[in-house]
Design a binder for this molecule. Structure first.
Ligand code: NAP
Length: 248
């Protein structure tokens, strides 16, 4: 898939699925901006890793929950590369607890990053895409946004909301050449899932018919397809990638 001449923003992309997405789009020829809440050194490390692969990349220490900073970042990307074609709303966090024990701040933190962050980034990027009459927006949801998951009312709520957001926005911007889709990964091997207790990991693994975790690269390939010209007639969809854990 060629992304030559295209500019992408992948949020929360210092590591994990986001980094794999940035790398895959970049390897296809896209200029890639990434942001994250890590230290400048950690962002620079990720950007250097992309550049070593010949990718034109730029990094920002910007929190997706801070609207003004997102605006400044998007303005900077457009000033640097003249356009913005692909937005991948990937930044996400978990703060798991059973609902009765969930702290108010953990409920709010997850909704702020996963949902408000997506609103903030989409709002700032969309006006450029509308002027260009071209855009690809891909929201990283989760299988638990469809199935629910005990201990993740905050996370599942945010990820389910992203699906309604995806479908509604897709209807609004379809006539403008902009597609909006969601990806719902199952269990992917990243730091987010590695921090789960071993018995919980094993319990989930037994429920995956393929008996293995997904690789961030596999999610990245799916994002790349949805971001490509080949996916021009796909919008408002939720694409599942989960080794058979859940079948829609
Ligand atoms: P990860 O390894 O924890 O990476 C998430 C990234 O988001 C980190 O780099 C993190 O920054 C960044 N981030 C967190 N808060 C942010 C904020 N406020 N602003 C900007 N960046 C922020 O997780 P992952 O597994 O790659 O997950 C990526 C996405 O896939 C998430 O939306 C997640 O919900 C979704 N997902 C993951 C799985 C899975 O099994 N792994 C399954 C379904 C969906 P720091 O590095 O600085 O912490």
């Amino acid at each position: 898939m060629s992304f030559s001449g295209k500019v992408a923003l992948v949020t929360g992309a210092r590591r994990g699925i986001g980094f794999a997405i940035a790398r895959t789009l970049g390897m296809g020829g896209a200029k890639v901006a990434i942001n994250d809440v890590a230290s400048p050194e950690e962002i620079e490390e990720a950007v250097s890793a992309l550049k070593r692969e010949g990718i034109e990349a730029w990094g920002y220490v910007v929190d997706v929950t801070v609207r003004e900073k997102i605006r400044e970042m998007v303005e900077d990307i457009v000033a640097r590369w003249s356009r913005i074609d692909i937005l991948v709303n990937n930044a996400g966090i978990t703060r798991d607890a059973l609902f009765v024990r969930m702290k108010d701040e953990d409920w709010k933190a997850v909704l702020d990053v996963c949902l408000q962050g997506t609103y903030n980034c989409t709002k700032e990027v969309l006006r450029y895409m509308m002027k260009q009459r071209y855009g690809r927006i891909i929201n990283i949801s989760s299988v638990v946004g469809v199935t629910g998951n005990a201990g993740q009312t905050n996370y599942a709520t945010a990820k389910a909301a992203l699906l309604g957001f995806t479908k509604s926005l897709a209807r609004e911007v379809a006539p403008l050449g902009i597609t909006v889709n969601a990806i719902a990964p199952g269990f992917i091997d990243t730091e987010m899932t590695r921090k789960l207790p071993p018995d919980v990991r094993e319990m989930w693994l037994q429920q995956v018919p393929m008996r293995r975790w997904g690789d961030p690269e596999e999610v990245a390939q799916l994002v790349a397809f949805l971001a490509s010209q080949a996916a021009g007639y796909i919008t408002g969809q939720t694409i599942h990638i989960n080794g058979g854990l859940f079948m829609a």
